[in-house]
Ligand binder design. Structure first.
Ligand code: PXG
Length: 459
């Protein structure tokens, strides 16, 4: 029996607790039920065809409806649906995927530890970082420095590494020995400073913090090459080279969280390639399998791998599904598609520049204070007075939410982070679909501007 929308919504709220949701409010409103997907589109249970500007949750890099990935996973499930990679065993899909990742990762990275998600990739990284320094007889080096408004996942370590206030407030986080410095968010925090000078100064906050707590106690710095969930915050060009210089100077490991930036999103295989970062650890997930099956991992530099392998002894860590055979087979098929269709180069040289040009047009809209994009991830800062980069005369997020609702009503998925609208479409998006996305976004910005003016939110 097929349930109708109302029945599905009712059953959903009766039994299903959803992530990052006010489940009481959601029950009253009824969840939107997504029933199928193809290419860059999703369909809801009322038959609406919606352009998915977020590639799911920043993950469906090759687009929906790829039989090749489904077939690879199904074939693997028939042959060997599960076996673990503990206790001195391994299997062909994990071996092949590890080799492939070493091939596409930067030259100094040749090892991977498999996980199930991006959050547990960051938990794994935290444990490895501390184990690395303990193996080198420096166990006091345990502090990890992160940034405010960073997102590194939802597990205890992931949320602690992240800098989301709302997450720290629930569950007594962060755990000890994780510190947060300010972010390189020029639009919101740069004031009248020149962006490059601002980027440099925010990077130098790392040095100040290291000197404050003592370099002998600092194990690592963690950052997303481009902050995703925080609002597609693209750091000024001065930022990452200075972070790198400081990490090198004080012998601090550099963790580049590639969960969103990896697998072509920024126009190179990894965000580290785009920003010239030489990382010791790269947590990955999402685009690794384009979300077709859950899989994550931690890519390790040769320097780190050598110590962990030669000096670390047994590492008491791992997941039942580390290197799950079907998930590895799906990830391999996904990477094959990215390679065969040249999706990385397409983002760098083709569709990326086209979408960036069209996105910049939205920056001309009276409600948009800034339009920015790198590769195929972008943001629109909505503003109550664009010449002043001013906020609205309303609680932060009020206008962003209005805009998101307008988008949904116009069959476009564009997310909001406060009053900042963000986008991250599949890397396969066509020129015509980019045009459609821009036209829909324009219409929704018009509607939102009118509503904001009528409500007296603009100045
Ligand atoms: N690191 C980064 C940089 C992420 O963006 C994670 C780690 C955690 O991955 P998992 O697979 O455990 O979710 C993420 C996830 C949002 C949103 O609202 C973003 C993420 C997850 C959920 C919501 O933008 N990113």
């Amino acid at each position: 029996m097929t349930l109708n929308t109302q029945q599905l919504q009712h059953s959903n709220s009766a039994h299903h607790m959803q992530p990052f949701s006010d489940n009481k409010e959601l029950a009253e409103k009824g969840a939107r039920i997504i029933v199928k997907a193809d290419g860059c589109y999703i369909w809801d249970s009322n038959g609406n065809k919606i352009l998915d500007g977020m590639a799911g949750l920043w993950c469906v890099n090759v687009g929906y409806g790829r039989d090749e990935i489904a077939d690879a996973a199904a074939k693997q499930m028939r042959e060997l649906p599960y076996y673990n990679t503990f206790f001195q065993t391994s299997h062909p899909p994990a071996i092949a995927l590890a080799k492939k990742l070493a091939e596409i990762a930067p030259a100094h990275i040749n090892h991977v530890f498999f996980t199930c998600t991006g959050s547990d990739a960051n938990d794994t990284t935290l444990r490895m970082v501390r184990h690395y320094w303990a193996s080198l007889k420096q166990p006091q080096k345990k502090i990890i420095i992160s940034r405010k408004n960073a997102y590194h996942g939802s597990t205890v370590a992931g949320a602690s590494l992240g800098g989301m206030k709302g997450m720290h407030e629930q569950g007594d986080l962060p755990i000890p020995n994780i510190l947060h410095i300010s972010q390189p968010y020029w639009y919101a925090e740069g004031g009248d400073t020149d962006p490059e000078a601002f980027g440099l100064s925010r990077a130098q906050d790392l040095e100040t913090e290291i000197l404050r707590v003592g370099a002998d106690k600092v194990a690592a710095f963690i950052g997303e090459p481009v902050q995703g969930a925080g609002g597609v915050i693209i750091p000024p060009a001065s930022y990452w080279p200075e972070i790198q210089r400081i990490c090198d100077k004080y012998d601090i490991l550099l963790i580049a969280d590639e969960v969103i930036c990896g697998f072509g999103r920024t126009g190179n295989w990894f965000g580290c390639d785009t920003f010239g970062i030489k990382a010791d650890f790269m947590p990955i997930a999402k685009g690794l399998s384009s979300g077709y099956l859950p899989i994550g991992g931690v890519l390790l530099s040769d320097r780190v791998a050598k110590v962990l392998i030669d000096e670390g002894g047994e590492f008491n860590h791992g997941f039942t599904y580390s290197g799950h055979p079907a998930a590895c087979a799906a990830a391999l098929a996904n990477i094959e598609i990215i390679e065969r269709e040249n999706l990385v180069a397409r983002v760098r040289d083709g569709i990326g520049p086209y979408m960036q040009k069209r996105w910049a047009e939205l920056g001309e809209h009276p409600i948009v204070g800034e339009a920015r994009m790198v590769g195929l991830m972008g943001a629109l800062e909505l503003s109550g007075n664009k010449s002043k980069r001013a906020a609205f005369k309303a609680k932060e997020g009020t206008v962003g939410l209005l805009c998101r609702e307008n988008c949904f009503a116009n069959n476009l998925v564009m997310r909001h982070v406060g009053d900042n609208m963000i986008i991250s479409p599949p890397l396969t998006i066509s020129h015509a679909e980019v045009d459609e996305l821009i036209e829909k976004a324009k219409r929704c910005l018009d509607l939102t501007w009118q509503q904001a003016k009528d409500a007296g939110y603009c100045s």
